[in-house]
Ligand binder design. Structure first.
Ligand code: PFF
Ligand code: NA
Length: 445
Protein backbone atom coordinates (compact mmCIF):
# COMPACT_ATOMS: atom_id res chain seq x y z
CA UNK A 1 0.00 0.00 0.00
CA UNK A 2 1.13 3.53 -0.80
CA UNK A 3 2.23 5.56 2.25
CA UNK A 4 0.25 8.72 2.94
CA UNK A 5 1.74 12.12 2.10
CA UNK A 6 0.94 15.72 2.92
CA UNK A 7 -0.90 17.68 0.31
CA UNK A 8 1.69 20.47 0.47
CA UNK A 9 4.67 21.81 2.35
CA UNK A 10 2.29 24.20 4.09
CA UNK A 11 0.21 21.23 5.23
CA UNK A 12 3.30 19.71 6.78
CA UNK A 13 4.29 22.98 8.42
CA UNK A 14 0.86 23.46 9.92
CA UNK A 15 0.74 19.91 11.22
CA UNK A 16 4.25 20.22 12.67
CA UNK A 17 3.40 23.56 14.26
CA UNK A 18 0.20 22.00 15.54
CA UNK A 19 2.28 19.28 17.13
CA UNK A 20 4.71 21.75 18.67
CA UNK A 21 2.24 24.35 19.92
CA UNK A 22 0.13 22.81 22.64
CA UNK A 23 -0.27 22.40 26.36
CA UNK A 24 3.51 22.55 26.58
CA UNK A 25 3.53 26.25 25.71
CA UNK A 26 0.84 27.31 28.13
CA UNK A 27 0.37 24.74 30.85
CA UNK A 28 3.87 23.23 31.10
CA UNK A 29 5.97 26.26 30.20
CA UNK A 30 4.37 28.48 32.80
CA UNK A 31 4.73 26.13 35.73
CA UNK A 32 8.21 24.90 34.84
CA UNK A 33 9.36 28.50 34.41
CA UNK A 34 7.63 29.31 37.70
CA UNK A 35 9.43 26.53 39.53
CA UNK A 36 12.81 27.46 38.08
CA UNK A 37 12.98 31.14 38.84
CA UNK A 38 11.37 32.73 35.76
CA UNK A 39 13.64 35.00 33.71
CA UNK A 40 16.92 33.13 33.91
CA UNK A 41 15.06 29.97 32.98
CA UNK A 42 13.52 31.71 29.98
CA UNK A 43 16.99 32.67 28.74
CA UNK A 44 18.34 29.13 29.16
CA UNK A 45 15.26 27.75 27.46
CA UNK A 46 15.71 30.00 24.45
CA UNK A 47 19.38 29.15 24.21
CA UNK A 48 18.44 25.45 24.28
CA UNK A 49 15.92 25.96 21.49
CA UNK A 50 18.47 27.81 19.39
CA UNK A 51 21.54 25.62 19.71
CA UNK A 52 20.03 22.22 20.44
CA UNK A 53 16.33 22.34 19.53
CA UNK A 54 16.16 23.79 16.04
CA UNK A 55 19.29 22.02 14.71
CA UNK A 56 17.98 18.68 16.01
CA UNK A 57 14.53 19.35 14.63
CA UNK A 58 16.14 19.52 11.20
CA UNK A 59 17.96 16.26 11.92
CA UNK A 60 14.77 14.50 12.94
CA UNK A 61 12.59 15.65 10.06
CA UNK A 62 15.28 14.87 7.51
CA UNK A 63 15.77 11.32 8.84
CA UNK A 64 12.05 10.71 8.46
CA UNK A 65 11.91 12.19 4.99
CA UNK A 66 14.93 10.21 3.87
CA UNK A 67 13.68 6.88 5.24
CA UNK A 68 9.94 7.32 4.56
CA UNK A 69 9.16 5.10 7.56
CA UNK A 70 7.94 5.22 11.17
CA UNK A 71 10.62 5.83 13.82
CA UNK A 72 11.71 2.21 14.37
CA UNK A 73 11.54 1.51 10.65
CA UNK A 74 13.55 4.63 9.83
CA UNK A 75 16.45 3.58 12.01
CA UNK A 76 16.27 0.03 10.67
CA UNK A 77 16.27 1.24 7.11
CA UNK A 78 19.10 3.74 7.47
CA UNK A 79 21.29 1.51 9.66
CA UNK A 80 20.30 -2.09 8.90
CA UNK A 81 23.32 -3.73 10.48
CA UNK A 82 23.40 -2.09 13.92
CA UNK A 83 20.93 -1.85 16.82
CA UNK A 84 20.07 1.86 16.34
CA UNK A 85 16.42 0.89 16.08
CA UNK A 86 16.44 0.40 19.86
CA UNK A 87 16.35 4.18 20.05
CA UNK A 88 13.15 3.98 18.03
CA UNK A 89 11.56 1.81 20.69
CA UNK A 90 12.54 4.32 23.38
CA UNK A 91 10.84 6.98 21.26
CA UNK A 92 7.65 4.95 20.99
CA UNK A 93 7.71 4.39 24.76
CA UNK A 94 8.12 8.14 25.33
CA UNK A 95 5.12 9.01 23.14
CA UNK A 96 2.98 6.55 25.12
CA UNK A 97 4.09 8.01 28.46
CA UNK A 98 3.54 11.59 27.35
CA UNK A 99 0.16 10.89 25.81
CA UNK A 100 -0.98 9.23 29.06
CA UNK A 101 -0.65 12.42 31.08
CA UNK A 102 -1.17 14.86 28.21
CA UNK A 103 -4.63 13.48 27.68
CA UNK A 104 -5.48 13.81 31.37
CA UNK A 105 -4.46 17.48 31.39
CA UNK A 106 -6.27 18.09 28.10
CA UNK A 107 -9.29 16.50 29.78
CA UNK A 108 -9.11 19.22 32.45
CA UNK A 109 -9.22 21.76 29.63
CA UNK A 110 -12.31 20.10 28.14
CA UNK A 111 -13.94 20.14 31.56
CA UNK A 112 -13.32 23.87 31.85
CA UNK A 113 -14.62 24.42 28.35
CA UNK A 114 -17.83 22.62 29.26
CA UNK A 115 -18.06 24.49 32.55
CA UNK A 116 -17.93 27.85 30.75
CA UNK A 117 -20.39 26.73 28.08
CA UNK A 118 -22.94 25.75 30.72
CA UNK A 119 -22.08 28.80 32.82
CA UNK A 120 -21.21 26.80 35.94
CA UNK A 121 -17.67 28.05 35.85
CA UNK A 122 -18.67 31.70 35.59
CA UNK A 123 -19.70 31.92 39.23
CA UNK A 124 -16.78 32.37 41.58
CA UNK A 125 -16.87 29.29 43.83
CA UNK A 126 -17.13 30.01 47.54
CA UNK A 127 -13.66 28.77 48.37
CA UNK A 128 -12.11 30.17 45.16
CA UNK A 129 -11.06 28.59 41.88
CA UNK A 130 -7.93 27.00 43.30
CA UNK A 131 -9.60 24.84 45.92
CA UNK A 132 -12.42 23.90 43.56
CA UNK A 133 -9.97 22.77 40.91
CA UNK A 134 -8.00 20.71 43.43
CA UNK A 135 -11.20 19.00 44.49
CA UNK A 136 -12.13 18.26 40.88
CA UNK A 137 -8.84 16.65 39.83
CA UNK A 138 -8.71 14.50 42.95
CA UNK A 139 -12.05 12.86 42.22
CA UNK A 140 -12.09 9.25 41.01
CA UNK A 141 -14.41 9.39 38.02
CA UNK A 142 -15.06 12.85 36.63
CA UNK A 143 -11.51 13.63 35.41
CA UNK A 144 -11.24 10.11 33.97
CA UNK A 145 -14.37 10.76 31.95
CA UNK A 146 -12.88 13.89 30.38
CA UNK A 147 -9.58 12.11 29.76
CA UNK A 148 -11.48 9.32 28.00
CA UNK A 149 -13.43 11.79 25.92
CA UNK A 150 -10.24 13.53 24.84
CA UNK A 151 -8.66 10.21 23.87
CA UNK A 152 -11.72 9.40 21.77
CA UNK A 153 -11.38 12.70 19.87
CA UNK A 154 -7.68 12.05 19.34
CA UNK A 155 -8.31 8.51 18.19
CA UNK A 156 -11.03 9.47 15.73
CA UNK A 157 -8.80 11.97 13.94
CA UNK A 158 -5.85 9.58 13.71
CA UNK A 159 -8.16 6.80 12.67
CA UNK A 160 -9.53 8.80 9.75
CA UNK A 161 -6.05 9.63 8.55
CA UNK A 162 -3.93 12.62 9.41
CA UNK A 163 -4.26 14.46 6.16
CA UNK A 164 -7.81 15.76 5.91
CA UNK A 165 -8.83 16.62 9.45
CA UNK A 166 -5.65 18.01 10.90
CA UNK A 167 -4.44 20.21 8.10
CA UNK A 168 -7.70 22.10 7.93
CA UNK A 169 -8.25 22.29 11.69
CA UNK A 170 -4.79 23.73 12.23
CA UNK A 171 -5.25 26.31 9.53
CA UNK A 172 -8.26 27.75 11.31
CA UNK A 173 -7.34 27.21 14.93
CA UNK A 174 -3.73 28.32 15.06
CA UNK A 175 -4.47 31.94 14.06
CA UNK A 176 -7.45 32.05 16.42
CA UNK A 177 -5.31 30.79 19.25
CA UNK A 178 -2.63 33.37 18.45
CA UNK A 179 -5.09 36.27 18.42
CA UNK A 180 -6.66 35.18 21.69
CA UNK A 181 -3.33 34.79 23.42
CA UNK A 182 -2.23 38.26 22.32
CA UNK A 183 -5.53 39.73 23.47
CA UNK A 184 -5.19 38.03 26.84
CA UNK A 185 -1.58 39.19 27.17
CA UNK A 186 -2.62 42.80 26.65
CA UNK A 187 -5.34 42.43 29.25
CA UNK A 188 -3.11 40.66 31.75
CA UNK A 189 -0.47 43.37 31.55
CA UNK A 190 -3.05 45.96 32.62
CA UNK A 191 -3.89 44.11 35.85
CA UNK A 192 -2.83 45.94 39.01
CA UNK A 193 0.44 44.44 40.20
CA UNK A 194 1.32 43.02 36.80
CA UNK A 195 4.78 44.62 36.95
CA UNK A 196 5.89 42.07 39.47
CA UNK A 197 4.90 39.24 37.14
CA UNK A 198 6.64 40.76 34.14
CA UNK A 199 9.76 41.34 36.21
CA UNK A 200 9.68 37.71 37.26
CA UNK A 201 9.66 36.69 33.60
CA UNK A 202 11.94 39.30 32.06
CA UNK A 203 14.39 40.35 34.77
CA UNK A 204 16.55 37.29 35.20
CA UNK A 205 17.72 36.44 38.66
CA UNK A 206 20.98 34.78 37.65
CA UNK A 207 21.52 33.19 41.03
CA UNK A 208 19.25 30.29 40.01
CA UNK A 209 21.91 29.25 37.48
CA UNK A 210 23.93 27.74 40.31
CA UNK A 211 21.45 24.90 40.42
CA UNK A 212 22.12 22.21 37.77
CA UNK A 213 18.44 21.25 37.87
CA UNK A 214 17.58 24.51 36.10
CA UNK A 215 19.64 23.61 33.01
CA UNK A 216 18.08 20.20 32.99
CA UNK A 217 14.57 21.60 33.19
CA UNK A 218 15.25 24.16 30.45
CA UNK A 219 16.55 21.47 28.12
CA UNK A 220 13.64 19.15 28.96
CA UNK A 221 11.17 21.95 28.29
CA UNK A 222 12.81 22.71 24.93
CA UNK A 223 12.54 19.07 23.88
CA UNK A 224 8.97 18.77 25.10
CA UNK A 225 7.79 21.99 23.57
CA UNK A 226 9.33 21.28 20.16
CA UNK A 227 7.97 17.69 20.17
CA UNK A 228 11.58 16.69 19.66
CA UNK A 229 13.47 13.42 19.56
CA UNK A 230 10.83 10.72 19.97
CA UNK A 231 9.55 10.31 16.45
CA UNK A 232 6.63 12.69 16.01
CA UNK A 233 8.63 15.01 13.79
CA UNK A 234 10.29 12.02 12.13
CA UNK A 235 6.95 10.41 11.35
CA UNK A 236 5.53 13.70 10.07
CA UNK A 237 8.71 14.16 8.02
CA UNK A 238 8.18 10.72 6.54
CA UNK A 239 4.98 11.96 4.92
CA UNK A 240 6.96 14.63 3.05
CA UNK A 241 8.11 14.01 -0.47
CA UNK A 242 11.78 14.48 -1.25
CA UNK A 243 11.27 17.68 -3.15
CA UNK A 244 10.24 19.81 -0.16
CA UNK A 245 12.86 22.13 1.35
CA UNK A 246 13.33 21.66 5.08
CA UNK A 247 15.50 24.30 6.80
CA UNK A 248 13.09 27.22 6.44
CA UNK A 249 10.15 25.13 7.59
CA UNK A 250 12.02 23.93 10.65
CA UNK A 251 13.12 27.41 11.72
CA UNK A 252 9.53 28.59 11.30
CA UNK A 253 8.27 25.83 13.59
CA UNK A 254 10.86 26.61 16.27
CA UNK A 255 10.24 30.35 16.21
CA UNK A 256 6.48 29.99 16.30
CA UNK A 257 6.61 27.59 19.22
CA UNK A 258 8.89 29.88 21.24
CA UNK A 259 6.70 32.88 20.52
CA UNK A 260 3.68 31.06 21.87
CA UNK A 261 5.55 30.20 25.07
CA UNK A 262 6.67 33.79 25.68
CA UNK A 263 3.22 35.19 25.04
CA UNK A 264 1.62 32.72 27.39
CA UNK A 265 4.20 33.71 30.02
CA UNK A 266 3.03 37.30 29.57
CA UNK A 267 -0.55 36.12 30.07
CA UNK A 268 0.06 33.96 33.11
CA UNK A 269 2.67 35.65 35.32
CA UNK A 270 1.08 39.06 35.82
CA UNK A 271 -2.09 37.24 36.89
CA UNK A 272 -0.14 34.89 39.13
CA UNK A 273 1.27 37.83 41.05
CA UNK A 274 -1.88 39.95 40.87
CA UNK A 275 -3.86 37.17 42.55
CA UNK A 276 -1.14 36.24 45.01
CA UNK A 277 -0.64 32.70 43.66
CA UNK A 278 2.70 30.97 44.25
CA UNK A 279 4.50 30.77 40.85
CA UNK A 280 6.06 27.46 41.85
CA UNK A 281 2.74 25.79 42.57
CA UNK A 282 3.25 23.19 39.83
CA UNK A 283 1.07 21.58 37.16
CA UNK A 284 -2.18 23.16 38.30
CA UNK A 285 -0.91 26.73 37.87
CA UNK A 286 -2.76 27.82 34.73
CA UNK A 287 -5.96 26.11 35.71
CA UNK A 288 -6.13 28.35 38.74
CA UNK A 289 -4.86 31.67 37.34
CA UNK A 290 -6.82 31.71 34.10
CA UNK A 291 -10.29 31.42 35.67
CA UNK A 292 -9.33 34.29 37.98
CA UNK A 293 -8.51 36.46 34.95
CA UNK A 294 -11.68 35.50 33.14
CA UNK A 295 -13.71 36.24 36.26
CA UNK A 296 -12.40 39.81 36.38
CA UNK A 297 -12.88 40.53 32.67
CA UNK A 298 -15.98 41.88 31.08
CA UNK A 299 -17.27 39.22 28.70
CA UNK A 300 -14.85 36.93 30.51
CA UNK A 301 -17.25 34.06 30.11
CA UNK A 302 -17.32 34.27 26.34
CA UNK A 303 -13.57 34.73 26.11
CA UNK A 304 -13.13 31.74 28.39
CA UNK A 305 -15.21 29.54 26.09
CA UNK A 306 -13.15 30.56 23.10
CA UNK A 307 -9.89 30.22 25.01
CA UNK A 308 -10.52 26.73 26.34
CA UNK A 309 -11.80 25.69 22.96
CA UNK A 310 -8.58 26.91 21.37
CA UNK A 311 -6.51 25.31 24.11
CA UNK A 312 -8.30 22.00 23.67
CA UNK A 313 -7.73 22.08 19.93
CA UNK A 314 -4.09 23.03 20.41
CA UNK A 315 -3.86 19.99 22.68
CA UNK A 316 -5.53 17.76 20.11
CA UNK A 317 -3.23 18.81 17.29
CA UNK A 318 -0.36 17.72 19.56
CA UNK A 319 -1.94 14.54 20.88
CA UNK A 320 -2.65 13.23 17.39
CA UNK A 321 1.03 13.63 16.56
CA UNK A 322 1.88 11.61 19.68
CA UNK A 323 -0.61 8.88 18.81
CA UNK A 324 0.61 8.76 15.22
CA UNK A 325 4.05 7.48 16.32
CA UNK A 326 2.97 4.11 17.78
CA UNK A 327 0.19 3.82 15.19
CA UNK A 328 2.61 4.24 12.26
CA UNK A 329 4.93 1.76 13.94
CA UNK A 330 2.21 -0.90 14.36
CA UNK A 331 0.87 -0.36 10.85
CA UNK A 332 4.26 -1.26 9.42
CA UNK A 333 5.68 -3.71 11.96
CA UNK A 334 2.51 -5.61 12.86
CA UNK A 335 0.79 -4.95 9.51
CA UNK A 336 -2.23 -3.64 11.39
CA UNK A 337 -4.83 -1.44 9.75
CA UNK A 338 -4.81 2.22 10.77
CA UNK A 339 -8.14 1.62 12.46
CA UNK A 340 -7.04 -1.35 14.54
CA UNK A 341 -3.75 0.27 15.51
CA UNK A 342 -5.43 3.52 16.59
CA UNK A 343 -7.98 1.66 18.65
CA UNK A 344 -5.48 -0.61 20.35
CA UNK A 345 -3.03 2.15 21.29
CA UNK A 346 -5.80 4.48 22.45
CA UNK A 347 -7.20 1.87 24.81
CA UNK A 348 -3.76 1.26 26.25
CA UNK A 349 -3.15 4.97 26.71
CA UNK A 350 -6.55 5.42 28.27
CA UNK A 351 -5.78 2.81 30.94
CA UNK A 352 -2.36 4.24 31.64
CA UNK A 353 -3.95 7.69 31.86
CA UNK A 354 -6.38 6.45 34.49
CA UNK A 355 -3.43 5.82 36.80
CA UNK A 356 -2.22 9.37 36.12
CA UNK A 357 -5.61 10.78 37.00
CA UNK A 358 -5.94 8.73 40.19
CA UNK A 359 -2.42 9.89 41.03
CA UNK A 360 -3.85 13.40 41.49
CA UNK A 361 -6.21 12.17 44.21
CA UNK A 362 -6.63 8.70 45.68
CA UNK A 363 -3.09 7.67 44.72
CA UNK A 364 -1.37 10.96 45.38
CA UNK A 365 0.90 9.17 47.83
CA UNK A 366 2.34 7.08 45.00
CA UNK A 367 5.64 8.73 44.08
CA UNK A 368 7.68 6.58 41.69
CA UNK A 369 10.53 9.06 41.22
CA UNK A 370 11.73 11.26 44.07
CA UNK A 371 8.72 13.03 45.51
CA UNK A 372 6.97 13.22 42.12
CA UNK A 373 3.45 11.90 41.72
CA UNK A 374 2.53 9.64 38.79
CA UNK A 375 2.02 12.50 36.32
CA UNK A 376 5.27 14.23 37.22
CA UNK A 377 7.19 10.95 37.20
CA UNK A 378 6.01 10.02 33.70
CA UNK A 379 6.78 13.52 32.52
CA UNK A 380 10.24 13.42 34.09
CA UNK A 381 11.17 10.09 32.48
CA UNK A 382 9.81 11.07 29.08
CA UNK A 383 10.82 14.73 28.79
CA UNK A 384 13.99 14.92 30.81
CA UNK A 385 15.43 11.47 30.18
CA UNK A 386 14.04 9.75 27.06
CA UNK A 387 13.72 12.84 24.86
CA UNK A 388 17.31 14.01 25.39
CA UNK A 389 18.67 10.45 24.99
CA UNK A 390 16.76 9.94 21.75
CA UNK A 391 17.73 13.43 20.55
CA UNK A 392 21.37 12.78 21.34
CA UNK A 393 21.20 9.51 19.41
CA UNK A 394 19.81 11.10 16.28
CA UNK A 395 22.43 13.82 16.39
CA UNK A 396 25.12 11.15 16.63
CA UNK A 397 23.58 9.20 13.77
CA UNK A 398 23.59 12.13 11.36
CA UNK A 399 26.76 13.71 12.74
CA UNK A 400 28.92 10.61 12.90
CA UNK A 401 27.37 7.75 10.98
CA UNK A 402 26.58 9.85 7.91
CA UNK A 403 29.47 11.68 6.32
CA UNK A 404 29.36 15.44 6.05
CA UNK A 405 28.08 15.43 2.50
CA UNK A 406 25.27 12.99 3.26
CA UNK A 407 24.28 14.93 6.37
CA UNK A 408 24.06 18.25 4.55
CA UNK A 409 22.28 16.71 1.61
CA UNK A 410 19.65 14.97 3.75
CA UNK A 411 18.79 18.30 5.34
CA UNK A 412 18.79 20.41 2.15
CA UNK A 413 21.77 22.44 3.34
CA UNK A 414 24.76 23.51 1.31
CA UNK A 415 28.39 23.44 2.18
CA UNK A 416 28.37 27.12 3.13
CA UNK A 417 28.44 28.97 6.42
CA UNK A 418 24.92 28.03 7.49
CA UNK A 419 25.42 24.39 6.59
CA UNK A 420 28.80 24.35 8.32
CA UNK A 421 27.44 25.89 11.51
CA UNK A 422 24.56 23.44 11.64
CA UNK A 423 26.94 20.54 11.11
CA UNK A 424 29.21 21.74 13.90
CA UNK A 425 26.21 22.09 16.21
CA UNK A 426 24.79 18.64 15.62
CA UNK A 427 28.12 16.83 15.46
CA UNK A 428 29.82 18.31 18.50
CA UNK A 429 28.13 21.10 20.38
CA UNK A 430 24.60 19.74 20.88
CA UNK A 431 25.75 16.22 21.85
CA UNK A 432 28.32 17.55 24.30
CA UNK A 433 25.84 19.97 25.87
CA UNK A 434 23.18 17.30 26.22
CA UNK A 435 25.69 14.95 27.84
CA UNK A 436 27.04 17.54 30.28
CA UNK A 437 23.60 18.70 31.37
CA UNK A 438 22.44 15.14 31.66
CA UNK A 439 25.39 13.79 33.67
CA UNK A 440 25.37 16.85 35.89
CA UNK A 441 21.78 16.18 36.85
CA UNK A 442 22.25 12.44 37.37
CA UNK A 443 25.26 13.03 39.61
CA UNK A 444 23.34 15.56 41.66
CA UNK A 445 20.14 13.59 42.07
N1 PFF B 1 5.03 19.87 21.87
C1 PFF B 1 3.76 19.61 22.49
C2 PFF B 1 3.41 20.77 23.40
O1 PFF B 1 4.23 21.68 23.58
O2 PFF B 1 2.32 20.78 23.94
C3 PFF B 1 3.75 18.31 23.27
C4 PFF B 1 4.40 17.16 22.57
C5 PFF B 1 3.89 16.71 21.35
C6 PFF B 1 5.52 16.59 23.10
C7 PFF B 1 4.51 15.67 20.70
C8 PFF B 1 6.15 15.55 22.46
C9 PFF B 1 5.65 15.12 21.27
F1 PFF B 1 6.25 14.12 20.67
NA1 NA C 1 5.20 23.40 22.48
Amino acid sequence: MQREHWASRLGFMLAAMGSAVGLGNIWRFSYVAGENGGGAFLVLYMVSVLIIGIPLLLVEVSIGRKAQRDIVGSYKKLVPDKPWFMVGYLGVLATLLILSFYSVVAGWSLYYLWGYITGDMAQMPLDGYGATFDTFISRDYAPVFWHGLFMIFTMVIVLVGVKNGIELANKILMPVLALLMIGLAVYSVTLPGSGEGLAFLFQPDWSVLKDPAVYFSAMGQAFFSLSLGIGTMMTYGSYLSKSQKLPGAVVGIGVMDTLFAVISGIVIFPAVFAFGIDPSSGPTLVFITLPEIFYQMSFGNVIAVIFFMALSFAAISSSISLLEVPVAYLMRAAKMSRKAASLLVSIGVFISGVTVSLGMGRWSGVTPIGNRNILDSMDYIASNVLMPICGLSMALLVGWYFNRKEALHASDLNNNQIGGTWYLLIKFIAPILILIIFLNEIVNV
